[in-house]
Design a protein around this ligand. Structure first.
Ligand SMILES: O=P(O)(O)OC[C@@H](O)[C@@H](O)c1c[nH]c2ccccc12
Length: 232
């Protein structure tokens, strides 16, 4: 059964956790190798222990060294919803995602422009949730024209392939423009608890990769971000 990332974000919020989508990021253009000898499944187990809302994995090969096979393996090995990140531009890729246990697919408004709505509909037709990613007021308008129930605000400029640091001020600027019942996810460049608090003032969830992958004590770092859930 495919799990819903949308529902899991809502559930974590109800449980008074911070809704955190944790990215298993194996490589980044800026930091190079982020696995540092660990396995993808080890990282998955750590994230699972920490009550995250979902898992994100980048299948793009060239810049992020991802693989579709690893995405499948992650999906097979967890009960959490899994988001596939890639630079998807075709219905074929939506269909390929729908053949896995994956929950959601990233669609980047900057890349898809006026085809965004069509691909969102195609996701929904295939039972896959769409997370439409925006970075500018122009992208926000595109996202609002779609039926997406999840909108990601990327704090980094994806066209610069992560060579910028990205700032939470992007979320602060764009989120108020998104007048929609869709859930908002602040993505990228969130590395401190201050960034987290600022992002969650405007967004329902955050998506964090690099800061977790670089942490000396990953489990501790993720728990700090997820917070107490009322049990602390
Ligand atoms: O590692 P960070 O700064 O925490 O960011 C994670 C995630 O948001 C980022 O990997 C990302 C956001 N949108 C993307 C699109 C493609 C590839 C990667 C991404």
């Amino acid at each position: 059964m495919r799990k819903s990332l949308y529902k899991m974000i809502k559930l974590r919020k109800q449980e008074q956790f911070n809704a955190v989508i944790a990215e298993i990021k194996v490589h980044s253009p800026k930091h190079g190798d982020l696995l540092r000898g660990r396995s993808v499944l080890d990282i998955l187990r750590t994230y699972e222990k920490c009550d995250v809302a979902g898992i994100s994995y980048i299948t793009e090969k060239k810049h992020f060294r991802g693989s579709f096979e690893t995405f499948r393996e992650i999906c097979r090995n967890t009960d959490l919803p899994v988001l596939r990140k890639d630079f998807v531009t075709s219905v074929d890729e939506v269909e390929r995602t729908a053949e896995t246990e994956g929950s959601a697919l990233l669609l980047i408004a900057r890349i898809l422009g006026d085809r965004t709505a069509e691909l969102v509909d195609s996701c929904h037709d295939h039972g896959v949730e769409a997370l439409v990613e925006v970075h500018s007021p122009y992208d926000a308008d595109i996202a609002l024209e779609t039926s997406a129930r999840l909108i990601g605000i990327n704090n980094r400029d994806i066209s610069r392939l992560e060579l910028d640091d990205g700032g939470v001020e992007v979320t602060e600027r764009i989120a108020p423009l998104l007048k929609t019942p869709a859930l908002k996810v602040s993505e990228s460049g969130i590395s401190t608890l201050d960034h987290l608090t600022r992002a969650l003032r405007h967004a329902d969830a955050v998506l964090v990769g690099t800061a977790f992958m670089l942490a000396d004590d990953m489990e501790r770092r993720v728990r700090e971000f997820v917070g107490g859930g009322g049990h602390a």
